[in-house]
Design a protein around this ligand. Structure first.
Ligand SMILES: N[C@@H](CCC(=O)N[C@@H](CS)C(=O)NCC(=O)O)C(=O)O
Length: 202
């Protein structure tokens, strides 16, 4: 298995998950314009990370990759036991992939085409406000828990990654003490540290 990842991008979630699984894998860093080369576009026509190569087969889309890893290694301890626990993992994974991740887009330049500094700033302020509501929700979910769904799952690394983004782009996370606790224990985790080191982040 080979993971294509960009430093600190959403693909860091897959990188951490691979570390937690503990099976052999390789990774390749692809940054910025490298994601648009003909070679990489053959792997992922969307020109985006993550991509996971397994022999001749390449899987894209973060949640598909995370589910593939979870299903391929059922003893990895990231699956959740019951049908309901698995559904909870899906709920929090869907929220982070479908709602939270796209909500960062204005802050990552998606509204630059407006070419109007005031309008662009407004889109940034609005994104920060919207993002705060998502982080408030996960903070409430984390009350009394170390992991988002109560036990370690594929949802945790993805939420960790977007929390790093939130800190970087100035989303107000003040008072979200459960989230701060989650962020601190994830940051101290050996698998998280290994993946972050490999991506040159620490
Ligand atoms: N829907 C895709 C989104 C992937 C995505 O947005 N990846 C970003 C990094 S976090 C990327 O590579 N962006 C480069 C680009 O789209 O040009 C998924 O869930 O895998």
């Amino acid at each position: 298995m080979k993971l294509y990842t960009s430093p600190g991008a959403c693909s860091l979630a897959d990188h951490i998950t691979l570390e937690w699984i503990g099976q052999p894998y390789e990774f390749q860093i692809v940054k910025g314009a490298d994601r648009k080369t003909p070679e990489f576009l053959k792997l992922n026509p969307a020109g985006a990370v993550p991509a996971l190569q397994v022999g001749d087969w390449v899987l894209t889309q973060n949640t598909a990759i995370l589910h593939y890893l979870m299903d391929r290694f059922p003893d990895c301890g990231l699956c959740g036991g019951s049908l309901e626990q698995r559904a909870e993992v899906n709920r929090w994974l869907a929220t982070v992939n479908s709602d939270v991740h796209p909500a960062f887009k204005p802050l990552f330049g998606a509204t630059a085409y407006l070419e109007d500094e005031a309008a662009i700033q407004k889109s940034h302020d609005n994104a920060r406000k919207q993002l705060r509501t998502y982080f408030e929700r996960v903070d409430a979910q984390l009350a009394g828990k170390d992991w988002i769904t109560g036990s370690r799952s594929i949802a945790d690394p993805y939420w960790f990654v977007v929390t790093q983004w939130a800190k970087k782009v100035g989303v107000d996370l003040s008072g979200l003490d459960n989230l701060a606790r989650f962020d601190a224990h994830m940051a101290a985790d050996a698998g998280v540290q290994k993946a972050m080191k490999d991506e040159g982040l620490i």
